[in-house]
Every structure is written in structure tokens, then in C-alpha cells.
Design a protein around this ligand. Structure first.
Ligand code: GMT
Length: 377
């Protein structure tokens, strides 16, 4: 099929999912066109069947805000027409579902019936999408999509609770492409540059926004390092970083915390991690936790949102109530002190991640595309 993918090109999970999905579809022989504001960070452009179309926004002094949606809709019309795309798969409702709806309407006037598949990812529903500023437009563009998917059962419930939805919503979980994992050879996974042999490595990966509660990560690690020799790796950049650095200095643990910034090699960082910490306020799915588990890293997380659908209590990690840093630290310490149990959790984590292998998930998306395309002709 000929499929257009619209997503945020940044390090956020929805962009990662969209990019990995597009590359897997291309690998399977579909013609995939990414239509985004920048080249997505994980996109390998030198691959067969992959095309990239950058959306430019023309600046004009009159505009207080640049009209990205307008530029995106225009680009979608151009790409669909030129390459005869059958499907536009938009990731993250704001503003992508809305821009795709506009493009669909414009194309209809030219006699072209492109189908719009919208995948909801999380804050496009919970934190941002349901805000009165956006709610009506988000609800309208969900209901006027040809098909809608969400990344967890929990997000489906949130969507139905927060919006007046009159279209079926299918749950298609996020996935892992295990092709990336064998690339790590024994020698690649040398921890010596980051920690000494007797130290455990605790990792947190996020865009360091308040919703991820990175300050809780510091508080949890502070308690852990008092009991077991350990280092904390923080991967990602975002608005909380400065506060975190300040807090780490204040606690006197600056030499034990490594700020790695954004990375395209998260799986390499994860391969030498012993535990992953994700104390988020809400998480529709928690792709970062799944990526950690794929690399055999058990997860200490909150029990919010879709996290219990990914991280299994007492098997792949432990889940606690939001803000209960004492319990999260205790769980981490008891696991790190019990080598046998830690190894068992590491194996369990990878086994559980295999349930989310791309081989299982890709056909579900293909089925959605086929079902809407069949309706069309
Ligand atoms: O909402 C965000 O934090 C951004 C969004 C994204 O674009 O990265 O993350 C959401 O989508 C991810 C991919 O489906 C999920 O794994 C994250 O759990 C989800 N974030 C939240 O719900 C907070």
C-alpha cells in the first residue's frame, strides 16, 4: 500500500513509534512517505520504500504564531496527489488529526478519497487534548477519522471518558523491533566507562517534563545509593534538567549521576543498566519502560495509566502509587540486593517485552489500513 505517516520528529515516544512503524512497513514492501516538520530522529532515510517530505512554514511578520496546521494540510494534499497515497496515518491528535481532516476535505474536492487513520498516544487526550482550548477540535478530528487506534486499554478508557466518541477505537499496543537488540555485541556492553564493577546502574530515560516526575527519580536514587553502590544515568533533555542538576548538587551525589542528554542509542545505554525507574504522573503506555524490558532491564514504576499493562508487578518489576518514593526505593534496593531474583526479573522483563514484538503488532496496523481502504472503493 502507499502510506503517508505524520508525526512529531523529536525524541518523544509517539514519534519513535511512528518512525519504527513506517520503517517496518517499508521493509515489508509498502511505500511509506513521512510528512513531518523535520527528519524524524530514528528515521533511516537510506532504505528502500522510504520517502521524506519536509513541511516548511512560511514566516510572515503579521503572524504571532506560525500556521503549521495550514502548511501541513497543504503538504498532505500535495504528497497524496503526487504519490497517490491511499492512507494517511497520523500520530498524536494535535494538530495532526485536524490537519489530516482538512487535507481529506480538500482532496475530496479533487475526487480523491484518502483514508485517515489516527493513533492517539497519551497527552493528546489526557493533559493537552481534553483542555477546553483544544477539546472541540480534537473530538471532531477523532470522530471524523476513518479509523482510530490507541496504544493501551487505559488510553481507550480515558478517551471514552473525556470525549464524546462515536467511532470504534481499537487498542494496538506499542511495540519493540528486536532487530535493534542483537546489534549489541558482548564487547559493546562495557560498563567500565560509567561505573565500577561493584556498582549497579540505574537508568531513567525521558523528555524530563514534570509529567515524568524526574525529581522523584533523584529522590529514589538518593535512597538507593545509600544502601547499594550505584550510579544513575539520566538520558534525555527537557525543562526539568536544570532543577535536577541543582538537586543532585544539593544532595551531594553529583559524582554518582551522569547526565547523558538526548541519545539515539538508548538500547546501548539500557544494555548495561540493572534497573529502570519511571515514576510518571501518568503514562498512556510507557514505551521507555518497554524498551528497557526488551534490553533485560526490570522496571520500578508508578501504577498509573497504562503502565500495569506493560510492567508486571513482582515479575518484570514493581509498581507503586504516584509519589511513593520510599516504596519505589525499597523495592529497588531489595531487588538489587538479591542477585538471583534480579536475574530472574531481567529474564522475565525480556520475555514480557517479546509479547510486544513488532512481528505481532505490524499485521494489526496493516489490517486497519486494509479495512478502511476496502471501504473506500
Ligand atoms: O504525551 C507525551 O508524553 C508525549 C507522547 C509522545 O509523543 O512521546 O508520549 C505518549 O506516547 C508514548 C508513545 O505511544 C507513550 O509510550 C507514552 O506513555 C505517552 N506519554 C504519556 O502518556 C505521558
Amino acid at each position: 500500500m502507499k502510506i503517508g505517516i505524520v508525526c512529531y520528529p523529536t525524541f518523544g515516544g509517539s514519534g519513535v513509534v511512528a518512525t519504527e512503524l513506517g520503517m517496518a512497513l517499508a521493509n515489508k514492501g509498502h511505500e511509506v512517505h513521512f510528512i513531518t516538520s523535520k527528519q524524524p530522529v530514528r528515521l533511516d532515510l537510506i532504505s528502500k520504500n522510504i520517502h521524506f517530505h519536509e513541511v516548511f512554514v512560511e514566516e510572515y511578520p503579521l503572524f504571532q504564531y506560525q500556521p503549521y496546521e495550514l502548511a501541513l494540510s497543504t503538504k498532505l494534499v500535495e504528497v497524496v496527489t503526487t504519490y497517490e497515497l491511499e492512507i494517511l496515518h497520523v500520530h498524536y491528535a494535535i494538530p495532526h488529526a485536524y490537519a489530516a481532516y482538512m487535507a481529506k476535505k480538500m482532496l475530496m474536492c479533487k475526487g480523491i478519497d484518502v483514508k485517515v487513520v489516527t493513533t492517539l498516544h497519551g497527552t493528546d487526550i489526557t493533559l493537552v487534548g481534553s483542555h477546553p482550548t483544544y477539546k472541540a477540535a480534537v473530538e471532531f478530528s477523532i470522530n471524523n477519522s476513518d479509523a482510530v487506534t490507541v496504544v493501551s486499554n487505559n488510553l481507550k478508557q480515558d478517551t471514552l471518558r473525556l470525549f464524546n466518541i462515536n467511532i470504534p477505537i481499537e487498542v494496538i499496543y506499542n511495540f519493540i523491533d528486536f532487530k535493534h537488540y542483537p546489534r549489541i555485541k558482548e564487547g559493546d556492553c562495557t560498563r567500565s566507562a560509567l561505573a565500577s564493577d561493584d556498582e549497579f546502574i540505574i537508568t531513567h530515560v525521558s523528555n524530563m517534563r514534570p509529567v515524568k516526575r524526574p525529581m522523584d527519580v533523584i529522590d529514589i536514587f538518593y535512597k538507593i545509593q545509600k544502601e547499594v553502590p550505584s550510579k544513575l544515568l539520566l538520558v534525555g533533555e527537557g525543562p526539568e534538567i536544570e532543577k535536577l542538576e541543582y538537586r543532585v548538587k544539593e544532595l551531594g551525589i553529583y559524582d554518582k549521576v551522569i547526565f547523558l542528554g538526548n541519545s539515539n542509542d538508548v538500547h546501548k545505554v539500557l544494555c548495561y543498566s540493572d534497573l529502570f525507574v519511571l515514576p510518571s504522573r501518568t503514562e498512556s503506555f510507557g514505551l521507555a519502560a518497554l524498551e528497557a524490558m526488551a534490553a533485560k532491564t526490570p522496571v520500578i514504576s508508578t501504577n498509573t495509566g497504562g503502565l500495569p499493562e506493560v510492567n508486571i508487578q513482582g515479575k518484570t518489576g514493581f509498581l507503586s502509587d504516584l509519589g511513593n518514593v520510599d516504596e519505589m526505593a525499597e523495592n529497588a534496593i531489595s531487588l538489587l540486593k538479591n542477585k538471583e531474583l534480579l536475574n530472574e526479573f531481567k529474564e522475565n522483563a525480556q520475555q514480557q517485552a517479546k509479547e510486544f514484538s513488532i512481528d505481532k503488532i505490524l499485521p494489526l496496523y496493516e489490517a486497519v489500513y486494509k479495512s478502511v481502504a476496502v471501504g473506500c472503493c
